[in-house]
Design a protein. Structure first.
Length: 93
C-alpha cells in the first residue's frame, strides 16, 4: 500500500468515526440506514480535505487529517441543515 492510499484510508476512517460519534450523541433513534448514512457522509466530506493539497503539496499528514476532521464535523452539520431546510420548504403548511 502506498503512502497516498494509506492517507486516504486514514482520512476516510476519521470521517467515518466522526459520523458515528455524531450519531451516538444525537437524540434520534439509531437505525442501520442512519448509521451507514452518517458514516458514508462523514467519510466523503473528510476526503474533501485533499483540496488543501492543491495549494500546499508539503502539508503534513497529521495536519491534513486534522483538516479532514474539521470538515467532517462542520460539513456534515451544514449539509444536514441545508437538506432539512429544503425539506421543510416542500412541506405544506
Amino acid at each position: 500500500m502506498t503512502e497516498q492510499e494509506s492517507l486516504i484510508l486514514k482520512i476516510m476512517a476519521a470521517g467515518g468515526i466522526i459520523g458515528l460519534a455524531k450519531l451516538l450523541v444525537d437524540n434520534q433513534k439509531i437505525t442501520l440506514r442512519l448509521l451507514f448514512g452518517r458514516v458514508i457522509l462523514g467519510s466523503g466530506i473528510a476526503l474533501t480535505s485533499g483540496v488543501f493539497l492543491i495549494h500546499n503539496t508539503k502539508l503534513d499528514e497529521l495536519a491534513l487529517i486534522g483538516i479532514a476532521c474539521a470538515l467532517g464535523i462542520s460539513g456534515q452539520t451544514g449539509i444536514e441543515w441545508l437538506f432539512n431546510r429544503g425539506k421543510n420548504k416542500n412541506e405544506p403548511e
